[in-house]
Design a protein around this ligand. Structure first.
Ligand SMILES: NC(=O)c1ccc[n+]([C@@H]2O[C@H](COP(=O)([O-])OP(=O)(O)OC[C@H]3O[C@@H](n4cnc5c(N)ncnc54)[C@H](O)[C@@H]3O)[C@@H](O)[C@H]2O)c1
Length: 250
């Protein structure tokens, strides 16, 4: 199936590793030109070089999505390199887990800033061009944790907020040929996950609770995200696609 995104320009935030890096690779394999954006420039450059090495087009840009000025510079760099931005994957995110009674305000704010304010800044930076060209795709990376995970009040609230953001923005943008959707991963085995001291226990629990009997890999997400970012998904907007192996609740 031709996804119809050959030559489109895609920004992936948090594109240096994990789900974001794999999404950048899959979008590039479909012919998209990539702006691999991350706070870790060296790792983003490695992904961009990998794409270039396979004959694709990619640049790496350092950008903290919570910082409006840096987001503006990142979007400008993408437009300067490739002429436009057609696809935005709001993927940058992290968790700062702690029970609410022990959570510091800084831990609450950090997660809100990267997940919600990041999507706010990045979407605002790319939308004017998409509206002008009457084509655009925004895919927001939410999480299965919207159903509630103990220790993740900040993260669950931010990701649920991102789903509300998705629905409202999809209605604002539908008439411009721009779709706005969310993809909500379940437990996905990334290097960051493997580095957690609690990883063996987490993995065991997640596996025991997973209806399909295996845990997702970054590629499982990248395929779903790329489809939602494609021309083929033009009649899908405002939805949240759960890529969780059938697991919903805690
Ligand atoms: N891995 C999972 O099991 C899982 C499950 C549900 C949701 N998610 C979501 O998927 C997305 C990707 O997760 P992952 O597991 O690939 O994470 P990861 O830690 O492997 O990669 C995240 C990337 O985001 C970058 N980043 C962090 N803060 C940033 C900022 N302020 N600005 C720009 N970049 C920033 C990091 O440098 C990193 O390269 C996140 O939004 C995460 O919340 C992941």
């Amino acid at each position: 199936m031709d996804l119809g995104i050959n030559g489109r320009v895609a920004v992936v935030t948090g594109g240096a590793r994990g789900i974001g890096a794999e999404t950048a690779r899959v979008l590039a394999a479909e012919g998209a030109k990539l702006v691999v954006s991350d706070i870790d420039l060296a790792a983003a450059e490695a992904v961009a070089r990998e794409i270039q090495g396979l004959g694709g087009h990619a640049i790496a840009v350092r950008c903290d999505v919570a910082n409006e000025a840096e987001v503006g510079q990142m979007a400008a760099a993408g437009i300067e390199a490739f002429g436009a931005i057609d696809i935005l994957i709001n993927n940058a995110g992290f968790n700062r887990d702690r029970y609410l009674t022990k959570m510091a305000e800084t831990e609450w704010d950090a997660v809100m800033d990267v997940v919600l304010k990041g999507a706010f800044h990045c979407s605002r930076a790319v939308l004017p061009g998409m509206m002008e060209r009457k084509w655009g795709r925004i895919v927001n990376i939410a999480s299965r944790s919207v159903f509630g995970n103990p220790g993740q009040t900040n993260y669950s609230a931010a990701k649920m907020g991102l789903i509300g953001f998705t629905r409202a923005l999809s209605l604002e943008q539908a008439k411009y040929g721009i779709t706005v959707n969310a993809v909500a991963p379940g437990f996905v085995e990334t290097d960051a996950m493997r580095a957690l001291p609690t990883y063996p226990k987490l993995r065991e629990l997640a596996l025991a609770k997973n209806p399909v009997g295996f845990l997702g890999a970054p590629d499982d997400l990248a395929s779903a995200i790329t489809f939602m970012a494609s021309e083929r998904a033009r009649y899908i907007t405002g939805v949240t696609l759960y890529v969780t192996g059938g697991r919903f609740s805690s």
